[in-house]
Design a protein. Sequence first.
Length: 119
Amino acid sequence: MPERSFHFHGKPFPICARCTGELIGILAGIPITCIYGIPDFQIAALMMLPLIADGTLQRLTSYESNNIRRLITGILFGIALVYAFLYFHQVCIRIAGVLLKLLGFQPDAVDRIMQQFLP
């Protein structure tokens, strides 16, 4: 929908304002994470709530969001999405470590390898 997209020289972006914000958030989330580290999971979840609330209200009621609000909620969600990917990565590493130990690999060796991938 062109009315939900930003325009450049009179032409709408190929994606909506919310998705534009998500992409900006993902791109910004990588250096932010490198500088500040990964916050608690609760903070990442809270950063996702504005987009969820805005989208849900818009879907279920007559409320109509605007492109600036969509952009801002998208940016917050995109940054939180980077955090979510990193949390998921940590969970996968921990599960892999447990499985390797169950398969009989040396626990000390598995722990050393896991330390390289976990903060």
